[in-house]
Design a protein around this ligand. Sequence first.
Ligand SMILES: NC(=O)c1ccc[n+]([C@@H]2O[C@H](COP(=O)([O-])OP(=O)(O)OC[C@H]3O[C@@H](n4cnc5c(N)ncnc54)[C@H](O)[C@@H]3O)[C@@H](O)[C@H]2O)c1
Length: 309
Amino acid sequence: MKILITGGAGFIGSHLADRLVRDGHDIVVLDSLLRGNKLTKETFNKIRFIKGDVRNIDDVITASKDCDVIYHFAAVLGVDIVADNPVDTMDVEVIGTRNIIFAAELNNVKKVLYASTSGIYGHSVFENTLSEEVLVDPRTSYAMAKRFNEIYLASHNQERGLESISLRFFNVYGLRQDTRMVVPKFFEQAMENAPITVFGNGEQTRDFTYIDDTIEACVRCMDIEGQEIINIANEHEYQIKDVAIAIKEITGSSSEIHYIEAPKKRYDYEVGRRVGSSEKLYDFCGFKPSTKLMEGLEKIYLNQYKKQR
Ligand SMILES: NC(=O)c1ccc[n+]([C@@H]2O[C@H](COP(=O)([O-])OP(=O)(O)OC[C@H]3O[C@@H](n4cnc5c(N)ncnc54)[C@H](O)[C@@H]3O)[C@@H](O)[C@H]2O)c1
């Protein structure tokens, strides 16, 4: 198949490109290179790369020409970046998705797989494992825009038939991720024997999903028909302080762990607990993420950071 990945030079998109090229698909990547280029040389040489902006309708029409499927992953993300750039965040999401829908229809694309986020569950649920039926509570521009797009894509499916699967990612981590996210931030701090900085008391939990599991789920979800919202979660919660301790151990670092107050702009992101259910993913695809956090962290250390020693 011919497949467009927007944001394909980013962390998740570049791993998806590796996999889809290996599977024999014809890949186009549209990326503004806002965050540099995480595509490997090997994959870059086997795809068509278009430097462009999802906010530009001509770029999106050109990139999606003759495509069967679009993975729409381009976004502005990272808590501090989003908090400082709420308008850009919203524009890239909402205008970008409007352009994707328009171009998909024009170019007879069959299906859009959209990168949503577990962030849209917000503070709404404290006790339960989050399933897709839970009432969401998006409070940030990023989460609001993601929820808007889920509904936008769903309504477009009803009105005009474009198939769409919204994938709610839960804290994806893995090789080539950058320090906007907590796992690489802790690794970098540990490698420099600098303080590992944890916000609050570190007892807040997250559900960390390893990149290889995430990609497997993304690929399998291509076969789902119609319109669905699907969690991609590992179904295990870990306290952030335990992630810091694990990374300190794996790297053999002499870093101290410092507990610091989160800046005020991060408050809406500082959810106490988040753990997802992948039951629906399993029902549709016969697969759910299973890489244990320790296993994932060790793979990252061995394949990325150990070489720096
Ligand atoms: N990483 C996670 O844990 C996580 C969790 C939930 C949701 N998501 C979603 O998954 C998707 C991929 O995330 P990621 O971790 O790979 O992030 P990333 O920042 O590494 O990748 C995003 C890519 O989008 C590109 N981009 C940004 N604005 C653009 C624009 N206007 N036009 C074209 N390209 C643009 C960037 O250059 C970057 O390469 C995003 O939609 C993100 O919101 C990620």
